[in-house]
Design a protein around this ligand. Structure first.
Ligand SMILES: CCCCCCCCCCCCCC(=O)SCCNC(=O)CCNC(=O)[C@H](O)C(C)(C)COP(=O)(O)OP(=O)(O)OC[C@H]1O[C@@H](n2cnc3c(N)ncnc32)[C@H](O)[C@@H]1OP(=O)(O)O
Length: 173
């Protein structure tokens, strides 16, 4: 006999009604409380609402090695996904990655300061209101500006009902 898996997949310490920010504390990409995480810290620039950006300066070591001396391709994807996802909050939306594509243009080196930049592209309106699809892009750059990897992503705004079903309290507006 099989039993449905109805667990919330969260540790007991998250019992209660954690906000999305409390949950995000353990995010592999940016959560300060995740000892194995990447601890990425972004600065967002919203001065041009049509072209919001999120920028992070980072450097990784052998923990994240793929090809000798270079960052693992899955970690490159995680970096790009994280940079794109950081554009959602400044746009006042909680959203999840639905689709992303990556160009691995050059191997991405370990032990070197690199730049990760996410850029909001557009959010097509539906029936005169902002739609639930958000299109972003991201790049990993060498400090001299050479683009090492590039992504495009589709994010879908999450309905608050889904958040409540997952036991998450949305942030205050
Ligand atoms: C519940 C959990 C709560 C978590 C809170 C999150 C907070 C933030 C956390 C931070 C996270 C950081 C980031 C992370 O790492 S998030 C982690 C990785 N992502 C996920 O785990 C998401 C898993 N996916 C889902 O849960 C669902 O698919 C969601 C909820 C996203 C949408 O499911 P839903 O059933 O609602 O929609 P849909 O799947 O029918 O598709 C939606 C639309 O997209 C169109 N489409 C599809 N492909 C393409 C394409 N290639 N080009 C153009 N369009 C494309 C498609 O035709 C459709 O359009 P339309 O027919 O409606 O017009």
């Amino acid at each position: 006999m099989t039993t449905p898996d109805t667990a919330r997949h969260t540790p007991n310490s998250m019992d209660g009604n954690p906000t999305i920010d409390e949950r995000a504390n353990h995010c592999f990409g940016c959560g300060p409380a995740n000892p194995q995480g990447l601890h990425l810290a972004f600065t967002t620039d919203t001065s041009n609402p049509e072209a919001i950006t999120a920028t992070c300066h980072f450097q990784l070591d052998r923990m994240h090695e793929g090809p000798p001396g270079y960052i693992h391709g899955g970690i490159v994807a995680a970096l790009l996904d994280e940079a794109m996802s950081k554009l959602n909050r400044p746009l006042n939306v909680l959203a999840m990655t639905r689709h992303m594509e990556i160009d691995y243009l050059r191997p991405v080196p370990l032990y070197q300061p690199l730049v990760l930049i996410g850029r909001h592209l557009n959010r097509p309106a539906k029936d005169g209101t902002p739609g639930r699809k958000l299109f972003h892009q991201a790049e990993i750059q060498h400090p001299d500006g050479t683009v090492l990897a590039r992504s495009k992503g589709l994010f879908i705004a999450i309905d608050e009902k889904l958040l409540f079903a997952a036991g998450i309290t949305p942030p205050e507006a």
